[in-house]
Design a protein around this ligand. Structure first.
Ligand SMILES: *Cc1c(COP(=O)(O)O)cnc(C)c1O
Length: 359
């Protein structure tokens, strides 16, 4: 069997040791005589799994005690409406920094429920940079400010969390979840779909400060009300049990690796391999502003669509899959999320260098 290197933004690669462990436990989870896939979410085995996953999130991310960790479904997209339906309930105002498609979609969805203002945007240059803002840019009576920390499609990342003054900050961390340390206490809420970095698809994790729970509108659907899930230990209805189990295995793998500081070093090393190559290549060019470059997504182009196509096809043939760019930017945006091994990036760089010589 030969496994490919999957450079997709998501679903993305999972650590091989995690997949092997899941395979070994598939038919009989710890002597229970059943698979986690078949198990009641009310069983003591599953309770241990979800409690274990939460404990690992807390220790890996250093989550303060006054924050809750919620295991939800519906993807990041569902949060685009859940956030305003829970938090946009004081002044009815929220301030957005639009750094890409995902932040833009979140702003548009929030605008259906209230005054969702765009504070700053990098749309003028195809979202290739992070706009600079100061606390004075935010309306100090806004219910929250919103950012997307790592911009998956455009390969930019916030290196420094923006100052929003007194305005509580909400952030989408879908594509950088657990890729490096993050100061949770700076945020009212963090959330992300798990399929980019920490599990298969089907799980959305919300980390929210307790005092932001219980502010939903009367019309907020029960399933979108954070209080519903916080009061029921994320088991108001059937949670995505197997994905939570897989997530726990990935978190155990991360912990064994040395936690987020060690993971950050590995991610920096992988990203540098690609960026150094791009900066020295005469064919390939990185598209994101240097000072805002993401560790997770490294979009590049050749400047010629035909050559891009040829490269994507040749790369797929050689076992580097999902390199084709999002239709809005084109080019090649390899996602090198947490589970992408170093040799996957080394081999891609070697392949790019060979490809360049053949032209
Ligand atoms: C992929 C992605 C989303 C959308 O996630 P879904 O779980 O598919 O809804 C949102 N935000 C960011 C930053 C993403 O990378």
């Amino acid at each position: 069997m030969s496994r490919v290197y999957n450079f997709s933004a998501g679903p993305s690669m999972l650590p091989e040791s995690v997949l092997n462990r899941a395979a070994a436990e598939m038919l009989d989870y710890k002597g229970s005589g059943q698979s986690v896939m078949e198990m009641s979410h009310r069983s003591k085995e599953f309770q241990q799994i979800i409690d274990g996953a939460e404990a690992l999130f807390r220790s890996l991310m250093n989550i303060p005690d006054n924050y809750r960790v919620l295991f939800l479904q519906g993807g990041a997209w569902t949060q685009f409406s859940a956030i305003p339906l829970n938090l946009m309930n004081g002044s009815g105002k929220a301030d957005f920094i639009v750094t890409g498609q995902w932040a833009s979609k979140a702003q548009k969805e929030a605008a259906r429920y209230g005054d969702a203002r765009i504070v700053a945007s990098s749309a003028d240059k195809t979202f290739s940079y992070i706009p600079k803002t100061t606390a004075a840019d935010f309306r100090q009576d806004a219910d929250y400010a919103y950012i997307c920390i790592n911009n998956t499609i455009y390969g930019t990342v916030y290196k420094k969390i923006p100052d929003t003054g007194k305005v509580p900050l909400v952030a989408d961390i879908s594509s950088c979840f657990l890729s490096e340390p993050l100061d949770v206490s700076r945020f009212a809420m963090l959330y992300g779909g798990a399929q980019k970095n920490i599990a298969p698809a089907g799980l959305t994790v919300v980390i929210i400060r307790e005092d932001f729970i219980g502010r939903a509108r009367d019309i907020t659907p029960s399933m979108l009300d954070y209080k519903t899930h916080a009061d029921n230990g994320s088991m108001f209805n059937t949670p995505p049990c197997y994905t939570i189990y897989m997530c726990k295995l990935v978190l155990e793998w991360l912990q064994k690796y040395g936690g987020l500081e060690a993971m950050k070093q590995k991610n920096e090393y992988k990203a540098k391999l690609l960026y150094d190559f791009l900066d020295s290549s005469s064919l390939f060019k990185g598209t994101a502003a240097k000072e805002d470059r993401s560790l997770m997504n490294v979009p590049f182009i050749t400047g010629n669509e035909e050559t891009d196509k040829k490269f994507v096809a040749a790369a797929a043939e050689a076992g580097f899959v999902n390199l084709k760019g999002h239709r809005s930017v084109g080019g090649m945006p390899p996602s090198i999320h947490t589970a992408m091994p170093v040799e996957g990036v080394e081999r891609l760089v070697a392949f790019m260098s060979e490809f360049e010589k053949t032209l």
